[in-house]
Design a protein around this ligand. Sequence first.
Ligand code: S3P
Length: 461
Amino acid sequence: MRTLGVPRDARRMSTLVVSPSHHPLVGSVPVPSDKSVGHRALLFGAIAEGTTHIEGFAPGGDNLSTAQALRAMGVDIAIEGASAIVKGVGLYGLVAPTASLDCGNSGTTMRLLSGLLAAQDFKCSLHGDESLSRRPMMRVLGPLRSRGALVDGTPHPTKQGEITAPLSIGPLTGDSYLGPIEYENPVASAQVKSALLLSGLYAHGVTLVREPHVSRDHTERMLHAMGAPLETFGTLVRLDPAGWDGKLAAQKLVVPGDVSAAAFLLVAAQLVSGSRVTVRHVGTNPTRTGILEILRDMQAGVHVEAKGEVGGEPVAEVHLHQTPTLVARMIGGETVTRAIDEVPIACALAARASGRTRIRDAAELRVKESDRLATMATVLRAFGVKCEELPDGIDIEGTDAPLRAAVVESHGDHRIAMTAAVLGLIADGPTRIRDADCITTSFPKFVGTLRALGAEVSVEA
Ligand code: S3P
């Protein structure tokens, strides 16, 4: 098997043109560093004591939004090559930003910062791009308010009673303080959980968060390793700052590769006949590996070779040797929580499976960077794949036939753009994905990586 370097991509990608793949995809490639772990390494490093060294850091635009916001509050963050150095200012060392903090396209930046900033003695505001300015923020602001935070937002343009960005947060001054909270979240959400835990570091009293299934637990792992007084019991997380010295210890962290980015390459390899692809250094935290189980369950040729742990997170080489038959399955329940960002690319897999794949319990997809159930249904139909959109999921009829080459809009959603690119590999002619710049938010070298594996992809400005 070839081991390939990945060429640099052009900075701006307007339209991607993907040609049908007449040859197998072959090679061994890296992926960008895990976006979720990257946000947390920057944020927690910023409020730690001492210098946090982050290795293996290959960030997309979302992580850079977090870094910029922290810099605007006086945190010295140097990013060079694949390393970042964050000079922690301690729990109480952030300074008031002089302008509104720009969270770009990143919901994680906005929601985690809301929790952190709700506890500060200065006022600030947060804004984002068009997509972020439609995403629901009440899920974070509601519980933060109930513990005494001064947080507000902008009435949602279409959902009555909902609040969205821009947000206005704080200040917590005089004798106001954050109190204890026992919060039973109706949806599994790592962003809500993390915002409450971050505010809990500063609170008078215990923070208890329970969720229906365990959402990604990077916050718990990292905060615990840094010395925060936090424990988990199944779906319950408890943080009790009583008796704690209020100090997070800076760490040397290695960020694993992003399994959410790897998913596009693994599914691409399963769709293109004869492919043999390895993705190196992939994070395989069990709260994130739903897509690997979906691949295995649908009889794709996936093999996970464990390679130990980095920074408290398991990593592996993930191999995909294409198998001739894919079988449709039911995908629902807690698997969806553990594959929440991978449902779009799982839809691409379903397009090639024999039978009807049923995806359920996925209503959360409607409030991601786009309404991903609606945008995926549009994309699948554009390729000639039959599907039925449901309130909390989608049914997809798999087909053996070449897909119809399509012109697809990304709707500004990186995961929709990349899923369409993967489907384009098995279409009957060139596929065009418009408004594909958004891919840089999570996978800046996506095009280069596909090319390194042998795919024919070009970029039109
Ligand atoms: C994330 C949590 C998930 C995920 C998002 C990243 C995180 O969102 O969809 O891409 O890093 O905490 P929810 O917490 O809203 O499920």
